[in-house]
Design a protein. Structure first.
Length: 201
């Protein structure tokens, strides 16, 4: 993997800073549907124009319309979860330990993980049963990269309208942690970022 041509480090740092700024603006918007419009516009602009974008020729983002039925606020409940590791060709073993679970209405409970590598961070991936979404799962929360929808009191905002594809969906140079068994639901979740135009598997 050492010969893979990744974007320069400062470009990646810029990308992450822009993502963090976008989510700060999303959290500051009181209306969830308006926050979603802001997020879609911001993600689309970054994807199309930023030098560290994982976009390849012919690809374009697709987002479903906002559906308030897929917005949840829930406390993280303690749960006994097995630690797991994601094997990456660039970073080696990337370890995750369980923090707890959140209840997403009729979808059931899914796990919230803690990234044990440097920097730490909460991580909530989700794989669902829709043919329009990435079959290995999307990300809902990834706080080490700034993807954080905030809290209401002690309840965390888990809005599946903001589920987004990991970079490996767009650019095969990136290798991304995918949803473990605790984060897989059979029910379709037809909101958020869908498979892109130009997706070639």
């Amino acid at each position: 993997m050492d010969d893979v041509d990744y974007p320069p480090a400062l470009q990646v740092a810029s990308w992450r800073r822009e993502v963090q700024a976008l989510y700060a603006a999303v959290r500051a918007e009181a209306d969830p549907a308006s926050a979603h419009e802001l997020w879609v516009a911001g993600r689309t602009e970054l994807f199309e124009t930023h030098p560290a974008s994982p976009r390849r020729p012919g690809q374009a983002l697709r987002h479903a319309d906002y559906d308030p039925a897929f917005r949840f606020t829930a406390p993280i409940e303690p749960a006994d979860l097995d630690r797991w590791e994601f094997q990456s060709g660039t970073d080696g073993a990337v370890p995750f330990s369980g923090v707890g679970t959140v209840r997403l209405g009729d979808l059931g409970s899914v796990a919230v993980w803690w990234l044990e590598s440097y920097g730490g961070g909460l991580f909530l991936p989700l794989r669902d049963g829709s043919a329009e979404t990435y079959g290995a799962g999307r990300y809902v929360l990834d706080t080490v990269k700034g993807s954080d929808l905030g809290r209401e009191g002690e309840a965390w905002v888990v809005d599946l309208n903001f589920a987004y594809n990991p970079s490996c969906v767009y650019d095969h140079r990136w290798v991304c942690p995918l949803a473990p068994p605790e984060n897989r639901v059979a029910t379709p979740v037809p909101v958020g970022e869908l498979l892109p135009e130009g997706y070639d598997g």
